[in-house]
Every structure is written in structure tokens, then in C-alpha cells.
Ligand binder design. Structure first.
Ligand code: AP5
Length: 218
């Protein structure tokens, strides 16, 4: 059983790498961003409040996201979890440690995807996603082979996220540096931290992540 966290700012490539690990290793991706986007469309009062916060680029409360992860850990069986976009605060990191321990599990590695802010604007504003299977694309670095048609499932339902604009990205980056980047020190101390160059090409990043999971990282 291998449980890992992919840690990095918006656009670092967490979702892209998580999907590769799901495909290649059969791990289960737990993305709090995806869970919250699902909640947004639920038509509930909670969904409406979550939508407002997310579209502004701010963090949703610890209570809500910890509850979402707890529910998944209690109900989903997996040979390994990829935590994508969680934890994002020290309180969430403490809660994850407790939840894993309660289920007799451990955290094996935290992979920090290091990128610089300049690359993120282009990544975020060029991103689109298949609304059917969730495959992630980019106008320049990873376009679909046939315009508007998903390479994986053939769907024509391509979506852009409401928070993928420069204004919201500024807030998301500030939230990352204020509240999430302290986790780098937290996991370094716990001897769980590995760092990969998130600016490398997608396959090169995947190879670096694989080397960590296979215990072959230098
Ligand atoms: P979330 O959905 O988690 O978004 P995020 O962290 O901002 O990260 P992104 O999904 O934007 O980026 P990514 O790193 O996955 O990059 P991707 O692989 O898509 O969260 C959204 C919101 O939900 C938050 O702002 C907050 O409101 C709320 N939220 C979520 N979790 C929360 C929590 N735990 N606590 C509180 N609130 C929470 O790649 C981006 C683009 O770049 C793609 O187009 C891709 O094709 C391209 N790309 C990827 N890798 C490369 C590469 N190596 N080279 C070139 N292009 C690349």
C-alpha cells in the first residue's frame, strides 16, 4: 500500500500526474477540488457557499474538506491513495495523519512539485478538461488530437473552470504561499518530503515521480 500527497501551487501539474498514477498503478485519486466542484453542482445551500469561495480563489473551510476526505477513506478500498490538493493547511495535515492512523495506514511520501509563478498563468489560462472523463488538456502543451474531441473517451464536452482566470489565480497563489507552503517544512521534518521539477515535460515529471515511488530517487 502506497499513500502519497502531491503538493504544489495551482497549475503545478498535480491532477495531470495523479491521473497517470491512476492509469499506470491503479491507485485512487482523492482530489478535494474535484469533490468540491461536484458539491457546487448539487443545488444545496452548502454547494452555493462552496461555489462562491472557490470562484474567488479562496480556501474552503477545513471542516468541510476534512469531512469529504474522511468519508472517502471510510468507504473507498484502494491499494494506494493519491491526495491531490489535500492537505492545504496545517490543520488538514494533522487531520490526515489522524485519519490514516485510525484506518491502520501510513503516509509514504509527499511529492512537492516545484514550479515558478510565471509558468502558472499560461498553464491555468490554457487549461481545459473533458467534462465526461476528466482528462486534462492545454491549448498549447497538450491539445486534443482532434479539436474539441477528448482523446480518451471521444466526448465533445470540453470545459473551462470558473476559477481559471488571472484574478482568481492571484488569490489562489496567495492562499498557497500563506496557508499551504508551510506544509513543505512540516513534511520535511517528518522525513516524507521529496521534490520534483514541475517545469519539466509531463513525461519527465512522471518519470521523477515513478522513481520516488519505486524507491529509486537519488
Ligand atoms: P484544485 O482543484 O485542487 O485546484 P488547484 O490546487 O488550484 O490546482 P489545479 O487543479 O488548478 O492545478 P494542478 O496542479 O492539478 O494542475 P493540472 O495538472 O490541472 O482546487 C480548486 C479550489 O478548490 C481551491 O482554490 C479551493 O477553493 C478549493 N479547495 C480544493 N481543495 C481544498 C482544500 N484541501 N482545502 C480548502 N479548499 C480547497 O495542470 C494545469 C495545466 O497545465 C493543464 O492544462 C496541464 O495540461 C498543464 N500541465 C501540467 N503539467 C505540465 C507540464 N509538466 N508541462 C506543461 N504543461 C503542463
Amino acid at each position: 500500500m502506497t499513500n502519497i500527497i502531491l503538493l504544489g501551487p495551482p497549475g503545478a501539474g498535480k491532477g495531470t500526474q495523479a491521473r497517470k498514477l491512476v492509469e499506470e498503478r491503479g491507485m485512487v485519486q482523492l482530489s478535494t477540488g474535484d469533490m468540491l466542484r461536484e458539491a457546487k453542482t448539487s443545488g444545496t445551500e452548502m454547494g452555493r457557499r462552496v461555489a462562491e469561495v472557490m470562484d474567488r480563489g479562496q480556501l474552503v473551510t477545513d471542516e468541510i474538506v476534512i469531512g469529504l476526505i474522511e468519508e472517502k477513506l471510510n468507504t473507498v478500498q484502494a491499494s494506494g491513495f493519491i491526495f491531490d490538493g489535500f492537505p492545504r493547511t496545517l490543520a488538514q495535515a494533522d487531520a490526515l495523519g489522524e485519519l490514516l492512523a485510525k484506518n491502520g495506514q501510513t503516509l509514504d511520501a509527499v511529492i512537492e512539485m516545484r514550479v515558478d509563478d510565471a509558468a502558472l498563468v499560461a498553464r491555468i489560462t490554457g487549461r481545459y478538461t473533458c467534462g465526461n472523463c476528466g482528462e486534462v488538456y492545454h491549448d498549447e502543451t497538450k491539445p486534443t488530437k482532434v479539436a474539441g474531441v477528448c482523446d480518451v473517451c471521444g466526448s465533445h464536452d470540453m470545459k473551462r473552470r470558473a476559477d481559471d482566470n488571472e484574478d482568481s489565480l492571484k488569490t489562489r497563489l496567495m492562499e498557497y504561499y500563506k496557508k499551504t507552503s508551510p506544509l513543505i517544512g512540516y513534511y520535511y521534518h517528518a522525513r516524507k518530503l521529496f521534490t520534483v521539477d514541475g517545469l519539466a515535460e509531463i513525461d519527465a515529471v512522471a518519470a521523477a515521480v515513478a522513481a520516488i515511488l519505486d524507491g529509486k530517487a537519488e
